[in-house]
Design a protein around this ligand. Sequence first.
Ligand code: HEM
Length: 437
Amino acid sequence: MALPPGPRLPAAIQTARLLMRPVPFMEDARRRFGDTFTFHVARVGRLVMISDPPSIKRLFAADRDNIVAPGRNAILEPLLGPRSLLLLNDAEHLSRRKLMLPPFHGERMLAYERVMEEAAEREVARWVPGQEFPLHPSMQAITLEVIMRAVFGVTEEHSDDLRERLLLILGATRSPMALALTAESARRLGAFRKVRRAIAESDDIIGAEIAERRADPELEAREDILSMFVSARYESGEGMSDDEIRDQLMTLLMAGHETTATALAWAFDLLFRNPKAMDRLLAETEGDEHEYLDAVAEETLRVRPVVLFVGRQLRKPMELGGFDLSEGTVVGPSIWLAHTREDVYPEPYEFHPERFLNGGADTYSWVPFGGGTRRCIGAAFAQFEMRVVLRTILRMVELRPATDEPEEIIRRNVTLSPRHGTPAVVSRRRERVPVAA
Ligand code: HEM
């Protein structure tokens, strides 16, 4: 079966463009070929991009028939481990997902509100009024603290040791050489020895935390996600092994830390360039409402999606975007292209949180968290964290941008990130507004 048309450049050049200038590359292909086209990507092969909502809906609805795109495992498995939710397929994936979902349900998020506020408050206390600083690293510090406390539930005793190791690991995954972490040659040459030692040491700390919980008669009273994993049972009655819990915690760290920090940095950049939206939001944060705040988060994730596209490999033939695709085809719903459709979002490149007032986003044209049975399990957690962190910061300080130009979008590993980390200045500290219970 013929694949949809696409650029004719050699795979190496297409891959380089996709990696170096992902957004213009996608936009250019849409202009030339329409909603559906084929890229040729090194290590993955032909990749069919789709972006019309009905096709995205059909693909996600068939998730149980498909598997994650090849490439994910090669890159992530050495770090996340073989049982990671991100990497498994079929029954192995579904049973784990079922076990891991309950702590991520919307209403459970309230339990993490204070942790999120405290992490933001502690970071803001470090900011020096009048001094320029990039917001993105600060957001990374906040989201790391939140994961360590809400997800790992790390005890005070292990907190500094674990943070130090995780920072080293995360630093390595951000480097352009990150792929070498997984390469056999690098392993032999001893590259990344320090990082591998940090992984082993953080595994030991996590192991100690798990052992402590297994011995705790009051385990049910604990609210962190690790404790819930320790008490969770599969349908067979068995629980997760220590190794599996470790893999899932690393998965949640890798999937949830940088993504949420990046979304927060984008929210500030967009608010800086849209003073009317900032003013409306500031007025709202004086009270307990969060309707506009949530719309700001949704619009941020639409116009600056953190992830460019997701991937599936078809195990059955399927019609998508008007093309009959055969079994084995790798399909990528393009989040960027779905979010910038003029027919769904008038003035698609403009930041208008108002479009999400009076009714949330549409499931298949707003897909920052992917979809189907692989939809991000941290979506409610991330959106709640955006709400709490934005509100806490805006209540504590008045921020202004340190540059006149909006941030340029660049790729950092799998995230679309602000090039300069959103430089900002605290113009003044506000009188502390009591935080709503
Ligand atoms: C703004 C923040 C975030 C964004 C934009 C984001 C985006 C995504 C995307 C696009 C996927 C792939 C979905 C698919 O293939 O259809 C995903 C999967 C996943 N995310 Fe997130 N994510 C965010 C935050 C989080 C957080 C906070 C956590 C957990 C603490 C998390 C945990 C996961 C996990 C475990 C998966 C794999 C789900 C599966 O394969 O069943 N993410 N995320």
